[in-house]
Design a protein around this ligand. Structure first.
Ligand SMILES: Nc1ncnc2c1ncn2[C@@H]1O[C@H](COP(=O)(O)OP(=O)(O)OP(=O)(O)O)[C@@H](O)[C@H]1O
Ligand SMILES: O=P(O)(O)OC[C@H]1O[C@H](OP(=O)(O)OP(=O)(O)O)[C@H](O)[C@@H]1O
Length: 274
């Protein structure tokens, strides 16, 4: 068990050397969860239909793009595998990149607004009790309740960005508890004072008697196309495939009235050395 524990690190994978024994380009797509189907339908709208022979297989292809392998992975693993050099491109939410790449500068977002998976990562507290008159981050920061012995207990699946945000905002007495889901239940169970979680419609917060506070949005997220800079610079075909995907995404999103926010591109000359 000790050996296993040392093999698993909370830190992002260090930028790995590019594996030379692979000539095919790899794109990671979400294998399940709310992003999975939306990703496939966006690609389909861009005439980039993914062909998966068997729904239990994790690999597929896009006939219009030769030399590209699609790998279905959990979003967190897409980011980890981009960092380790085992994927070259991926489609994932910006929230997941922020949390799991942890500033790894090998990752580059080449399209930051694919127009689905919109949500925000937000700090929320109970509507009532000691939080009755707490409406801003400053109110929360100035609450006398938080001390070294009794810190504000925050439950989240976003320990890295959550802690970074609160530290930057001047919170000193905070402890974090990791949770995977149904985080909105923790305050009512007496296990946490606040939560840092994704919010979209706000219904889940409301139904659990929680509220967001002014200044408490940590980040805004939607689906993005992300690449390994090393792959873009050095693996044959990655730049061309990125270009092709971006052109098709741009054509589709522009036709549906969306503005391209960040065509990182292009690309050809602007990728900085890794
Ligand atoms: N309520 C929401 N509305 C819109 N997009 C969301 C919402 N919640 C999450 N997302 C986006 O969808 C992504 C995947 O969320 P989802 O809950 O499906 O995760 P998952 O891959 O099934 O993992 P897990 O089940 O472990 O949470 C998130 O990283 C985020 O970018
Ligand atoms: O603002 P809303 O539209 O209500 O959406 C917010 C909820 O959506 C996500 O949970 P999800 O449905 O993925 O379930 P989970 O709690 O198991 O992660 C998120 O973690 C919130 O709980």
């Amino acid at each position: 068990a000790a050996a296993a524990a040392t093999a698993v690190s909370a830190k992002p994978a260090a930028a790995a050397p590019l594996s030379a024994d692979r000539s095919v380009v790899r794109l990671g797509l979400p294998s399940k969860g709310r992003m999975a189907e939306l990703t496939l339908s966006l690609l389909k709208s861009c005439q980039l239909s993914v062909r998966q022979l068997n729904p239990r297989q994790y690999t597929a292809d896009i006939p219009q793009v030769p030399n590209l392998e699609v790998w279905f992975q959990r979003p967190t693993d897409i980011v980890r595998k981009l960092c380790s050099g085992d994927l070259d491109l991926g489609i994932v939410g910006y929230d997941i990149i922020s949390e799991y790449a942890q500033g790894n500068d090998d990752l580059v977002i080449i399209h930051d607004a694919l127009d689905f998976g919109h949500c925000r990562l937000s700090l929320a507290v109970p509507k009532e009790g000691i939080f009755d008159s707490i409406n801003t981050l400053e109110d929360l920061l100035n609450m006398p309740q938080w001390t070294e012995e009794r810190p504000m207990r925050v439950v989240t699946g976003f320990g890295y960005v959550g802690a970074k945000f609160l530290k930057e905002k001047g919170f000193k007495h905070v402890s974090f508890l990791a949770g995977d889901g149904a985080l909105e239940s923790y305050p009512a169970m007496g296990m946490a004072d606040a939560i840092v979680d994704l919010v979209s419609s706000g219904t889940t917060l409301r139904e659990n008697n929680l509220k967001e506070i002014e200044g408490g949005v940590i980040l805004e997220s939607q689906a993005t196309l992300v690449a390994s800079k090393k792959s873009l610079n050095r693996r044959e075909g990655v730049l061309e495939i990125s270009h092709e995907m971006l052109e098709r995404l741009e054509a589709h999103l522009t036709a549906s009235g969306k503005i391209m926010v960040n065509l990182y591109i292009f690309l050809c000359h602007t990728i900085t050395p890794d």
